[in-house]
Design a protein around this ligand. Structure first.
Ligand code: MG
Ligand code: MG
Length: 643
């Protein structure tokens, strides 16, 4: 699949954008006019740079407010077009985006638009330019893709085709079935963007909240499959206007963008009912999943995947079956290990060849503690997570093909070989072959010590705001976790956006929290010793929260204190048994209930940027005690500020 990205997606100068796109591995770019206008370099210099970088210049955009106007206006517009064609010749470009008229259109007459498109086609023909006509969702008279296609078809000009942009189509919830009516060769360009589900005017939604495929709420796999089925063989390009992306690191955003396309490409390839898919299924990566055939015709010619796009698969992975371990780093070993002891974890041993590393566990909740060298890192922080996967080497291969960076790891010769990659927040993600038994590496810490039945319930990670969407795509595309609807949780220092990434069976749950603006970013873990990062936590599930709380109390745990107002409200909301309510109160245990069950949990004080939560899930409760999060945040705030 040929990949492209509009320069508007990235921060930086045009030159920086081209370098970043090339380094990430894109095949081409769309030149956004504004980026060229502000560049000190001539069009010829830009063209030469792109050539040197191996980037094709796929689309010049946007050309606006052209069609549906009175004749005198139209003639001026043709002159304007000619000037842009001359500029494109200097750039060596041959495809221009024409957006449907939003401003100056005065004539709601398809016949006139068709006639004006045809005359533009004649001019374009003389200059060797193709025009890709796109219906903007807020176009004055043309706002639907099928309307734009009807006009293009009626213009019947070899230089006039259409541009499909997923944002303009999916934001209007337009019926997609007519995509199959468009011959692939009349789709002159394809632009992809995803978006979160928001209720706001479509122009602001588009200009500020577009995200890369897989980072929003839409089914881009279905969308691309429909376009692929037309036989479209051109570039698949990202066009994303996003306030965060415009501020984020150029190179990171470019890699994030390419990852989204590779993931999407593989998702479509995995669904495609082709020989290719069947061959892959027989190699043991799992059978092709079902596919929606409504409105799709099968297969363009030409490439092994049966479409014009030459879609490449990735090694398939299923969601992890569990959390193998959580690793924490600390420069305060005494305080941290005391807290683990209070929570009923047992010290198992030191690593046989790395004395700074030790293992603590409670049942299958395994916590590895690494004492940090104060020269390299400070504080107590979450360093990484081991995920149990069905095929660790397939997971690692997939991660590499999705441009994740491998964690360098010193390997002692007889230790279990473990490989992992960095997540966008700087934490390490390791892939462990699931065995259904204790992992092999545990023996590296000695033996014994598994008596309670406990497991890691969830791990709550803080995300820097600029990399939040990247994180959602990372966990979706590498680990096959699913993004649950996001929620906003009020805290004394700001609203915390929270979104859970989880496996369908709930065995792996990673709530991601965007730190409120102003709190320090956590991308470089251990680099911020002051502890003003948004704290992260590890939740351990147990079978008897009251027994765990009694043990903790007996061992001197400092609980996070819950105010009496909370318990009064709890009584009002749930009409709890007075004895249960007293027991909750006594141990600072929080309570929640849903249709299926109950959730009881308590929190520890924060050490560095980490705290713990002990939870008991009763009869299939599925949440995380979200109604209690503001109570927890306020209590932490009081504790941290001493108020
Ligand atoms: Mg567009
Ligand atoms: Mg929690």
């Amino acid at each position: 699949m040929r990949t492209s990205i509009a320069t508007v997606c990235l921060s930086g100068t045009l030159e920086e954008k081209l370098h970043a796109a090339a380094r990430a591995g894109f095949d081409g770019v769309e030149i956004f006019e504004q980026d060229l206008l502000v560049s000190p370099d001539s069009p010829e210099t830009i063209a030469a740079l792109a050539h040197r970088l191996g980037l094709s210049l796929d689309l010049y955009q946007p050309f606006r407010d052209f069609e549906g106007v009175a004749e005198d206006e139209f003639e001026k517009n043709l002159v304007r077009a000619q000037k842009k064609f001359d500029l494109m010749a200097r750039l060596g470009m041959d495809t221009m985006l024409l957006c449907s008229n939003v401003g100056t259109a005065t004539i709601a007459d398809d016949g006139i638009v068709v006639e004006q498109l045809r005359r533009l086609g004649d001019l374009a023909e003389r200059c060797g330019i193709d025009i890709a006509y796109e219906a903007l969702a807020w176009g004055r008279f043309v706002s639907e893709y099928d309307h734009a296609w009807d006009l293009v078809r009626a213009a019947d000009h070899p230089r006039i085709g259409t541009c499909l942009d997923s944002f303009h189509i999916l934001s209007r919830d337009t019926d997609l079935s007519r995509i199959s009516e468009i011959p692939g060769e009349k789709i002159f360009f394809l632009q992809l963007a995803d978006a979160p589900a928001l209720s706001m005017d479509v122009l602001s939604w588009s200009r500020h909240h577009r995200v890369f495929p897989g980072e929003g709420a839409w089914d881009l796999t279905d969308f691309l499959a429909r376009v692929a089925a037309t036989g479209y063989a051109g570039p698949v390009s990202l066009e994303v206007f996003n306030d965060s992306f415009r501020q984020a690191d150029t190179q990171r955003t470019a890699i994030d963008g390419l990852r989204s396309l590779r993931w999407l490409e593989a998702s479509v390839a995995a669904e495609a009912p082709t020989d290719h898919g069947a061959a892959e299924a027989s190699t043991g990566h799992g059978a092709a999943t079902g596919h929606d055939t409504s409105g799709r015709s099968t297969g363009g010619p030409g490439t092994p995947d049966g479409t014009g796009l030459d879609l490449q698969p990735l090694p398939r992975v299923a969601a992890p079956s569990g959390i193998n371990y959580v690793e924490l780093s600390t420069d305060d070993l005494g305080t941290l290990t005391r807290q683990l002891h209070q929570l009923g974890l047992r010290f198992i041993g030191f690593h046989r060849s790395k004395p700074q590393v030790q293992l603590w566990r409670r049942g299958s909740a395994r916590i590895i503690i690494t004492e940090v060298d104060p020269e390299t890192a400070r504080g107590t922080f979450l360093r990484g997570i081991g995920f149990e996967v069905s095929d660790a080497s397939a997971s690692m291969d997939r991660a590499s093909l999705l441009h994740a960076v491998e964690v360098p790891r010193e390997q002692t010769h007889n230790d279990e070989v473990l490989r992992g990659v960095f997540a966008p927040d700087g934490s390490e993600v390791f892939f462990h072959q699931a065995t259904g038994d204790d992992p092999i590496w545990v023996a590296e810490f000695g033996t014994g010590g598994v008596e309670q039945s406990s497991r890691i319930d969830h791990i709550n990670l803080a995300q820097p705001a600029h990399h939040y969407d990247e994180a959602v795509l990372f966990y979706t595309s590498l680990l096959a976790l699913e993004a649950q609807p996001s929620q906003d949780v009020p805290s004394p220092s700001g609203l915390v956006r929270s979104q859970v990434m989880s496996s369908a069976d709930g065995a792996v749950r990673i709530p991601l929290n965007v730190s409120p603006a102003g709190s320090a970013e956590v991308t470089v873990r251990g680099a911020n010793p002051t502890g003003d990062t948004y704290p992260e936590h590890v939740a351990i599930a147990c079978e008897d929260i009251f027994a765990a709380a009694a043990t903790a109390l007996g061992r001197g745990l400092e609980f996070l204190e819950v105010p009496e107002n909370y318990y009064e409200d709890l009584e009002a909301r749930f009409a709890l048994d007075p004895q249960l309510l007293d027991a909750l109160r006594e141990h600072n245990i929080l309570y929640d209930r849903d249709e299926t069950g109950e959730f009881l949990h308590f929190y520890t004080a924060t050490i560095g940027s980490v705290f713990f939560e002990m939870v008991e899930r009763r009869t299939g409760y599925r949440g995380y005690g979200a109604p209690n999060a503001p109570v927890r945040l306020a209590a932490q705030h009081r504790r941290n500020t001493g108020s």
